[in-house]
Write a protein that binds this ligand. Structure first.
Ligand code: SAH
Ligand code: SF4
Ligand code: F3S
Length: 433
């Protein structure tokens, strides 16, 4: 039996896809290994979203291809977004890659591997599909607490900075009944929480079913106690969805709402289709509807032409919304994107660094403040396992915050009540009651 080693980069969609790849290969009698030295096939499932994601993979290819010296038959493949994005560049002799397969090509992998084996020649498949949702491949997951489920793939938003619409193609949603079947299997395997995934998840639409319907349908599966989702787009947040989150006990009171920038001119250049005020109105409305909601976000600093004053608008939105946490990035120009074609990357590296430093400092302050509100509160915590701290266990509350408590040998996947006694910027620390 040939052994496959897979490394995964990038977002949860890629983690999910790696499981799809494994399921497909298992059916074709491949086995898996966690050591690249023992593998006949090495796959890197890659990300293209920022330049450093590319650099990491290039470095990794350079290291791993040394293994070909000992094993001439070793097959190296690049999967995922970088495969789609860099296309044939990766097949250049010097790179040392034998297979390049984009995110819609995974059903072809067994055939591609056979081709490479037989002919000794490179193979690639990069056609994006308007239909592929892998709905007939339920990924084989080992047990756990949370399972990620891709419910829609692709993105039609074309934010001008973003490569995803090019690497993952057009939006397509899975049949909700098929999603529910997958959730039922997960519940049988002991999973307690699901996270519905999509690049643009609230655009989910299948016949007459929308995303709010999907949350309701999956919440009826016995055994699943918590439902999360990521990432929605602020342009697309109907009242119906908010009401489902507010009223459905299984829907977690946590929303990741990517802001990207606080200035309306920059937002327009980004093609985000909302203004600063519209975002603020939405955030306030969400907080009014669900007062204890946990709000998190994504922000980019140094988008082309963003001035210092415009950056202040981003800080302003932070001050007004006070997010619980945020992923913050320096703008990274991506090939193929509209921004790379139309707007020179003209904010200096120094300026980007200065802005992100100030942004991170402010966000850390807010994260701490938001966590301090939880002092003396009691949370139902879904236990995930041992904490990094010896003698402690950890889990998450409904708001997805990490909660650490003394080891009471609570079973993974069980719920414990924890009263918060101490907080840091990213952890709540307490005692079980
Ligand atoms: N589909 C998701 C996330 C896409 S990528 C969404 O729309 O929310 C995750 C985050 O990476 C984005 O929200 C954005 O903040 C960041 N990002 C995407 N392209 C980027 C680029 N070219 N430079 C820097 N950050 C980027
Ligand atoms: Fe990229 Fe925008 Fe689509 Fe998110 S919504 S994947 S940022 S194009
Ligand atoms: Fe990266 Fe592709 Fe995900 S670019 S963030 S792996 S969709």
């Amino acid at each position: 039996m040939k052994k496959v080693y897979i490394e995964t980069y990038g977002c949860q969609m890629n983690e999910y896809d790696t499981e799809i790849v494994k399921t497909i290969l298992k059916k074709h009698s491949y086995d898996f290994t966690s050591e690249p030295e023992n593998a006949n096939v090495i796959f890197l499932n890659t990300c293209s979203v920022r330049e450093n994601a590319h650099q990491k993979v290039h470095q990794r290819i350079n290291t791993l291809k040394l293994l070909k010296r000992q094993n001439k038959q070793l097959v190296m493949g690049v999967l995922g977004c970088m495969a789609q994005n860099l296309r044939k560049e990766l097949l250049d002799e010097k790179v040392g890659v034998d297979i390049v397969a984009g995110p819609d090509a995974y059903k072809k992998l067994p055939e591609m591997l056979a081709n490479v084996d037989e002919s000794g020649e490179k193979d690639f498949y990069l056609t994006l599909s308007e239909f592929e949702t892998y709905s007939d491949v339920f990924p084989s997951r080992e047990g756990g607490v949370n399972a990620w489920i891709a419910v829609m793939r692709g993105c039609d938003n074309f934010c001008t900075f973003c490569v995803v619409p090019y690497t993952r193609g057009r939006e397509r949603s899975r049949d909700p009944l098929n999603v529910v079947q997958e959730v039922e299997q997960l519940a049988e395997k002991g999973f307690r929480q699901i996270t519905l995934l999509g690049q643009n998840v609230n655009s989910y639409k299948y016949e007459d079913y929308d995303f709010a319907d999907l949350i309701e349908m999956t919440s009826r599966v016995n055994g699943i106690e918590r439902i999360r989702f990521t990432s929605p787009h602020p342009k697309d947040f109907p009242e119906k969805l908010l009401q489902v989150i507010a009223q459905n006990d299984k829907a977690c009171k946590q929303i990741h709402l990517p802001l990207q920038a606080g200035n309306s001119r920059v937002l327009d250049m980004m093609n985000r289709t909302y203004t600063k005020d519209e975002f603020l109105t939405l955030a306030k409305h969400i907080r009014n509807t669900i007062p204890d909601i946990v709000l998190t976000t994504d922000i980019i600093v140094g988008f082309p032409t963003e001035t210092e004053q415009e950056f202040q608008d981003t800080l302003d939105v932070l001050e007004e919304v006070k997010f619980d946490s945020a992923f913050m990035f320096k703008y990274s120009e991506r090939k193929q994107t509209i921004a790379s074609r139309k707007f020179p990357d003209d904010v200096t590296e120094e300026e980007k660094t200065s802005r992100i430093t100030r942004l991170v400092d402010l966000q850390r302050k807010h994260s701490l403040e938001r966590n301090q509100r939880h002092l003396e509160q009691t949370f139902k915590v879904l236990v995930e396992g041992n904490s990094k701290k010896p003698g402690q266990q950890m889990g998450r509350n409904d708001g997805n915050k990490i909660v650490v408590f003394p080891d009471i040998k609570a079973d993974v996947g069980s719920f414990v009540n924890v009263k918060v006694k101490e907080v840091t910027t990213n952890t709540l620390i307490g005692t079980t009651i």
